[in-house]
Write a protein that binds this ligand. Structure first.
Ligand code: NDP
Ligand code: GDR
Length: 372
C-alpha cells in the first residue's frame, strides 16, 4: 500500500526538501499551500506534477493553519498515514511585530490539526510530527542543550512553539496518539528564506560582489548558533515517525559558530578578506584583500558590513548548542553536511543569481533587488 503524507508548510524550506524525500521513498505527498496574490510554490515547482496526468503523487490543497474547517476537510479527504506540521510564522523577529498571529498559527494551529485528527477518528492511524525548535531553550539553562534541558522561551514565536510542543506531548499521553517533537536547531540551505541571517549574508554579499547592493546591515553578530543543513534535518523528521514508539529528539550538529564567523566565511567564498573593527553599533567590516574574479565590484578599503540596531531583538537568544547524542544512538542519525560546506553551497547559489541579475542590468534590463 502506498503511504500517504500530509505536509503543512510544504512551500517552505523544510517542506520542499521533505516532499522530495518522501516522493523518493514512494509516498503519495499532499501539501497545504496558502492562497497568495502571487505564485508562492517556487520551492516545489520542480517536483510538482500536472494533476491531470494519472498517478501524480504530489497534490497541493489550499488551506491555512488558522482555519479548522479547512484542516478537517483536507484530513478527511486525504486520511494520511503521517502528518508533518511544518507550517508556521517562523521568523523570530517578526513574531515581536505580530505576536497574536504567530500564536494563532504556531500554537493554536497545531491544536487545530491534532483535534481534527482526533475528531475524524484518525488518532490510531495517523502519525504526527511537530516542528519544535531550539528557540524553546531561549535563555539557556544548560550547555549543550539536550531533550531534558528546561525551556525558557524568549520570543512570542518561542512561547507559541512551547504550547505546540506540549499539546503534542499531551495528545500522545491523553489519547495514545503517535505524536513526536523534533527539537531542531537552526538549519539552512540555498532555499532558506531571504531574511534569516545566513541567507541574508550569502545573498547580500553575493549582490555586493556584483555591484547590486552597497552594504550589508546586520543586528547582533555576536550571536552563536548551531547550524546544520535542511537536507540532513528533514531525513531525521521522517526517521522519527518510523519508530515503534513516539519520542522527542534534539536534532543538531553539536558545533556552534558566531554570526560574525559566518560573514567571514561567506566573504572568503567570494575571494574577499574582511577585517572587523570597532565595537557595538559602531562595528564595521572592511575589505583588506580581494582575490579571484567572483567579486569584480569590490575593492580593498570598502566597508561591506555595518550594524543597524533596527535588527536587534527586544529579547535575544545569545547562544544555542545542541547535543544530538540521542538521535545518533537511537536512530543512527548523523549530519552529513557541515556548516562551512553549507555556507559555500549557499554562496554559490546566490552568486549565480546575482550574476544573472548583473548581466540583465548590463543590458539595460534592471530588475529591482529586494533588501530587508
Ligand atoms: P519557512 O518559513 O521556510 O516555511 C514556513 C511554511 O509555513 C511556509 O510554507 C509558509 O507558507 C507556511 N505557513 C506560514 N503561515 C501559515 C499559515 N497560517 N497556514 C499554513 N501555512 C503557513 O520555515 P522552515 O521551512 O525553515 O521551517 C519549517 C518549520 O520548522 C517551521 O515550523 C519552523 O518554525 C520550524 N523550525 C525551523 C527551523 C529552521 O532553522 N529552519 C528550526 C526549528 C524549527 P508560505 O510559503 O505561503 O509563506
Ligand atoms: P533564529 O534565526 O532567530 O535563530 O530562528 P535567524 O537566522 O533569524 O537569526 C539567528 C541569529 O542571528 C542574529 N542576527 C540576525 N538575524 C536576522 N534574521 N537578521 C539580521 O540582520 C541579523 N543580525 C544578527 C539574530 O539576532 C539571531 O541571534 C531560526 C528560525 O528558523 C526559527 O523558525 C527556528 O525555530 C530557529 O531558527 C531554530
Amino acid at each position: 500500500m502506498t503511504k500517504k503524507a500530509l505536509i503543512t508548510g510544504i512551500t517552505g524550506q523544510d517542506g520542499s526538501y521533505l516532499a522530495e524525500l518522501l516522493l523518493e521513498k514512494g509516498y503519495e505527498v499532499h501539501g497545504i499551500k496558502r492562497r497568495a496574490s502571487l505564485f508562492n510554490t517556487q520551492r516545489v515547482d520542480h517536483i510538482y506534477e500536472d494533476p491531470h496526468v494519472d498517478n501524480a503523487r504530489l497534490k497541493l490543497h489550499y488551506g491555512d493553519l488558522t482555519d479548522s474547517s479547512n484542516l478537517t476537510r483536507i484530513l478527511r479527504d486525504v486520511e494520511p498515514d503521517e502528518v508533518y506540521n511544518l507550517g508556521a510564522q517562523s521568523h523570530v523577529a517578526v513574531s515581536f511585530e505580530a505576536p497574536e498571529y504567530t500564536a494563532d498559527v504556531d500554537a493554536i494551529g497545531t491544536l487545530r490539526l491534532l483535534e481534527a485528527i482526533r475528531f475524524l477518528g484518525l488518532e490510531k492511524k495517523t502519525r504526527f510530527y511537530q516542528a519544535s525548535t531550539s528557540e524553546l531553550y531561549g535563555l539557556v539553562q544548560e550547555i549543550p542543550q539536550r531533550e531534558t534541558t528546561p525551556f525558557h522561551p524568549r520570543s512570542p514565536y518561542a512561547v507559541a512553539k512551547m504550547y505546540a510542543y506540549w499539546i503534542a506531548v499531551n495528545y500522545r499521553e491523553a489519547y495514545g496518539m503517535y505524536a513526536c517533537n523534533g527539537i531542531l536547531f537552526n538549519h539552512e540551505s540555498p532555499r532558506r528564506g531571504e531574511t534569516f541571517v545566513t541567507r541574508k549574508i550569502t545573498r547580500g554579499l553575493a549582490n555586493i560582489a556584483m555591484g547590486l547592493e552597497p552594504c550589508l546591515y546586520m543586528g547582533n553578530i555576536d550571536s552563536l548558533r548551531d547550524w546544520g543543513h535542511a537536507k540532513d534535518y528533514v531525513r531525521m523528521q521522517w526517521m522519527m515517525l518510523q519508530q515503534d514508539t513516539p519520542e522527542d529528539f534534539v536534532i543538531a550538529t553539536g558545533v556552534q559558530f558566531s554570526v560574525r564567523e559566518f560573514i567571514s566565511w561567506a566573504a572568503s567564498d567570494l575571494g574577499i578578506t574582511l577585517e572587523f573593527t570597532g565595537t557595538g553599533v559602531d562595528e564595521i567590516a572592511t575589505v583588506t584583500a580581494v582575490e579571484g574574479n567572483l567579486a569584480p565590484m569590490v575593492k580593498t578599503g570598502d566597508v561591506l558590513m555595518r550594524i543597524d540596531p533596527r535588527y536587534f531583538r527586544p529579547a535575544e537568544v545569545e547562544t544555542l548548542l545542541g547535543d544530538p547524542t540521542k538521535a545518533k544512538e537511537k536512530l543512527g542519525w548523523v549530519p552529513e553536511i557541515t556548516a562551512r560546506e553549507m555556507c559555500r553551497e549557499m554562496v554559490e547559489a546566490d552568486h549565480k543569481s546575482a550574476r544573472r541579475h548583473a548581466l540583465l542590468k548590463s543590458h539595460g534590463l534592471e530588475l529591482p533587488v529586494s533588501v530587508e
